[in-house]
Design a protein around this ligand. Structure first.
Ligand code: AMP
Ligand code: GLY
Length: 441
């Protein structure tokens, strides 16, 4: 069995590891933009190229006789790489371009929920005219969030009261339209929600959906949820499927929303949704609201769930791609914590080319795991580039114990990097619990 992983971040390193550990002992191949040293070590062979170039990926897959392709990031999905591969009969984990719009086009995502009466839709409006958007923001009377409709690498969403005041929000909506931010000439204006965010990831085979444990990511760069937004500084999950500040009912509602969304995508686009589906939810006073969907696993959230999956991951992937998903997959009844080490100055002015020394043996002895993200290897030296560098994951019987595994592991990484020490600590989790108690009474 030959499996190709497309992408070269820590999420893809974790995907490659999970595939490599399958009892079926597949040969793992990789198609990457630049060399991820962790993936290069696992892969039987790899190719460097444009991961969004369908014909290039297809050519490599055909030349190497690939049986199954697992797509990591959203960019190849948005460019229809799955369409190229599937049309040639290659099995893929990842939706076709039309179905991937659930992530790549926020207007599509919101309209789908509205048209199919899917619960959890916040108040929203879509604008193509800057003047109309500005007027609406000035008159609407509630705090808003302004979102470019297209992909912006997580940097396009701006929130009133955090990034700007009402007038700033109005001006930003104009800027989105006038500068073509997100490439789709539309801007969404939504009510600003208050609550606790969580991620629910699921396996989907076109019809059936199997949920994984809930995870909470931390988007802000600095401790105490301060500073600029990032791709995610770290994440945790509790022992079992539910986060400590949420309920079984929240989990069931989130699964129901995602299942309805999968059915709606099929009826709207004619395409079955195959692959990982990532739901970002806000648990509010009025129940769950959908922040967004992603057509892939989360980064870092993938590392929590893949670390705990207690089943042959290759079999899960084959079942997704082949439309034969069952819900017999188990996850270890453990908590996990993942934290990113990032270069000084990240995300605004990251130091690049900084050497990092990782003692993987020591980290493994502590029960930790390392996944490489945005680093390069030159002459045996690991160097940072401009983004998140190294993810460290630990698992244990509870979140705070897993957090200790991560912090102890971090001591065996040398280099000018920083990370958020508060993620997974008792103090932070209690803050979340208090917040939900206050909201829900
Ligand atoms: P998105 O790219 O849609 O995931 O948005 C990025 C971040 O903005 C989310 O993770 C939330 O923290 C925040 N956000 C998005 N939409 C809303 C909303 N309607 N209310 C409050 N915060 C939001
Ligand atoms: N951790 C956020 C994301 O993967 O989109």
């Amino acid at each position: 069995m030959k499996v190709l992983v497309v992408g070269n971040g820590a999420r893809e390193h974790a995907l490659a590891c999970a595939l490599r550990h399958s009892p079926q002992k597949p040969d793992v191949y990789a198609f990457m933009t630049s060399v991820n040293p962790g993936i290069a070590r696992i892969a039987k062979d790899y190719s460097l190229g444009g991961i969004c170039q369908g014909p290039e990926v297809l050519k490599y897959a055909k030349n190497t006789g690939i049986d199954l392709v697992v797509i990591g990031p959203e960019a190849p999905l948005s460019c229809g790489v799955v369409d190229y591969l599937s049309d040639e009969g290659i099995l893929c984990v990842g939706p076709r371009q039309a179905a991937a719009q659930i992530e790549t086009n926020k207007t599509f995502q919101r309209s789908l929920m509205a048209d199919h009466n899917i619960p959890g839709l916040p108040r929203y409006r879509v604008f193509q005219q800057a003047g109309e958007a500005e007027q609406y923001i000035r008159d609407c009377g509630f705090d808003v969030v302004v979102k470019p409709a297209g992909l912006t690498g997580g940097k396009g969403v701006k929130i009133m009261g955090e990034h700007f005041d009402r007038e700033g929000a109005a001006k930003y909506a104009s800027t989105v339209l006038n500068t073509g931010l997100g490439k789709i000439n539309e801007v969404l204006v939504e009510e600003r929600l208050e609550g606790e965010e969580f991620t629910l990831q699921a396996f989907v085979d076109g019809e059936n959906l199997v949920g994984m444990p809930m995870v909470q990511d931390h988007k802000r760069a600095y401790e105490g949820d301060m500073g600029p937004n990032t791709g995610g500084m770290g994440s945790y999950n509790g022992c079992g499927f539910i986060l400590p500040f949420l309920s079984e009912k929240d989990y069931e509602e989130a699964v129901d929303i995602m299942q309805k969304t999968v059915s709606a995508i099929k009826s709207e686009t004619g395409e079955k949704y195959v692959g990982f589906l990532y739901g970002q939810f806000m648990a509010t006073k009025e129940g769950l609201k959908v922040i967004e969907f992603n057509a892939r696993l989360g980064d870092p959230e993938a590392m929590n769930v893949l670390t705990l999956l207690d089943y042959d991951f290759l079999d899960v992937c084959e079942r997704m791609a082949g439309g034969m998903l069952t819900n017999k997959f188990g996850f270890k009844k453990q908590a996990s914590v993942c934290k990113y080490l990032v270069p000084q100055g990240y995300p605004e002015d990251p130091a690049t080319g900084v050497e990092v020394k990782v003692n993987e043996k020591k980290i493994q002895d502590l029960g930790g795991n390392v996944f490489y993200a945005s680093v390069s290897e030159e002459g045996g030296r690991i160097l940072t580039s401009s983004s998140r560098a190294i993810a460290v994951v630990g698992s244990a019987n509870c979140i705070t114990e897993a957090e200790v595994v991560v912090e102890e592991s971090m001591k065996h990484v040398e280099g000018e990097l920083f990370h958020r020490k508060d993620i997974g600590t008792r103090a932070l989790i209690e803050k979340r619990i208090d917040h939900m108690k206050k909201l829900r009474g």
